[in-house]
Design a protein around this ligand. Structure first.
Ligand SMILES: Cc1cc2nc3c(=O)[nH]c(=O)nc-3n(C[C@H](O)[C@H](O)[C@H](O)COP(=O)(O)O)c2cc1C
Length: 381
């Protein structure tokens, strides 16, 4: 027992919640783990990146050791062949909730954020119970990225009628309200809402800090209202604009102002794909290589998926950027990469969540060359 508890116990004892501790950094730092075959880059070029639990665990443990604040797993429902092409982009995918449960025992300080499509067959009681369990397994390090779905086919896969965009957020809102009741009420709960019913629902133990960390990724009005009410962290996507940093600044200002008006403080994070090398030329050549080696079929399907449907996020996506991956790209020497991180910070981003092409070596390089410069620039403690 002693051996187990020393492995999973927090190494910090400052009385802060994991999120409060992370937010002591001017720029929170997350890693988008590669749970999907091909991760973010629909390229045929070879790499070690792998969707297996073992590989993802290595990434998460190394990120934890390097002092990253969070790892994040996305969830996607695709049919045979995934997003297609000869690389069968994202055909194999691991469920992030189960993977984060596995990572709970392997990591110490890092927050573990799992995406859950709450409208695909979940009842709030079940997720509230799983979340409270994960919260205890991780001493408050687990969080949920609430997503409401991108494409119609997902609903059909689950045998459900498609739900219109804003109504999805109304359903998710009631879903979270019920979970919050379960996490904080010390009595059995009877609930009869517009979408969910529950007789004598009860969850114990309660989450350690009242509720797990709540995250969501949205650019729509309905999504933003949802995030203002419930979320601690909101992923923003790069607006379609020539002056990206100015546009991000405006977006952050609006989100935070409206959140404050709703009586909440909102942290925003953006998701850059980082390509960093000792020389700018090397980094640019590497980026171009991903574009030149793109699996055209997979890329086309990825582009259609991300820019299609009724979601507002990602509407500004550019094909060459999607061949590389991430919601924006940060390319250059370690100094140039950190300069761009500083600009994101100045534009009001409270954090970045990075993804890479060849995860383990790229993460190692980032830890060795970029992290020290982030500290020098005052972005990291
Ligand atoms: C960083 C990031 C992570 C995301 N992760 C997922 C995911 O795991 N699964 C998913 O279905 N959608 C994911 N999305 C897409 C959003 O959930 C999608 O944009 C959502 O439908 C919000 O739509 P809206 O902008 O219209 O509100 C992600 C978006 C971003 C920016």
């Amino acid at each position: 027992m002693a051996r187990i508890s020393s492995a999973v116990k927090f190494s910090a004892s400052d009385g802060l919640t994991p999120l409060e501790r992370a937010a002591k950094n001017k720029m929170m730092l997350g890693l988008f783990i590669p749970l999907q075959q091909g991760a973010w880059t629909p390229s045929k070029a070879s790499r070690g990146t792998d969707w297996s639990f073992e590989y993802n665990a290595e990434c998460a443990v190394r990120a934890d050791e390097l002092g990253f604040d969070l790892v994040f797993g996305l969830a996607q429902w695709l049919g045979k062949g995934g997003l297609g092409g000869e690389i069968r982009f994202r055909e194999n995918t691991q469920d992030p909730l189960l993977v984060t449960a596995g990572l709970a025992a392997l990591t110490k300080n890092i927050m573990l954020i799992s995406t859950v499509h709450v409208l695909y067959g979940w009842h709030p009681l079940l997720l509230a119970k799983y979340a409270a369990t994960l919260d205890h397994m991780t001493e408050g390090r687990w969080g949920i990225n609430m997503v409401t779905g991108i494409k119609k086919e997902d609903f059909a896969m689950f045998g459900l009628e498609h739900v219109e965009h804003d109504l999805r957020y109304e359903m998710a809102d009631e879903f979270v309200d019920v979970m919050k009741m379960l996490w904080t009420t010390d009595e059995n709960i009877n609930f009869h809402g517009r979408f969910y019913d529950m007789e004598k629902g009860f969850v114990s133990p309660k989450p350690i800090h009242g509720r797990p960390i709540i995250v969501n990724a949205t650019s729509s009005g309905a999504g933003q209202r949802f995030a203002e009410k419930h979320s601690d962290i909101m992923f923003i996507t790069r607006p379609a604009s020539k002056d990206v940093f100015a546009a991000i600044g405006e977006r952050n200002e609006l989100i935070k102002r409206e959140a404050r008006q709703a009586g909440r403080e909102m942290k925003t994070i953006i998701n850059p794909h980082v390509i960093c090398a000792d020389t700018e030329k090397e980094a640019r050549v590497r980026r171009q290589h991903f574009i030149d080696t793109a699996d055209e079929v997979a890329l086309e399907n990825f582009f259609k998926l991300i820019t299609g449907g009724d979601t507002v996020s990602w509407k500004g996506a550019v094909k060459d950027d999607l061949a590389v991956g991430g919601n924006m790209q940060v390319v250059g020497t370690p100094e140039q990469v950190v300069e761009q991180f500083v600009k994101l910070s100045e534009a009001g981003c409270d954090g970045i969540q990075v993804n890479f092409f060849d995860y383990l070596p790229d993460l190692e390089y980032f830890g060795e060359k970029v992290l020290p410069l982030m500290k020098e620039a005052g972005l990291r403690n």
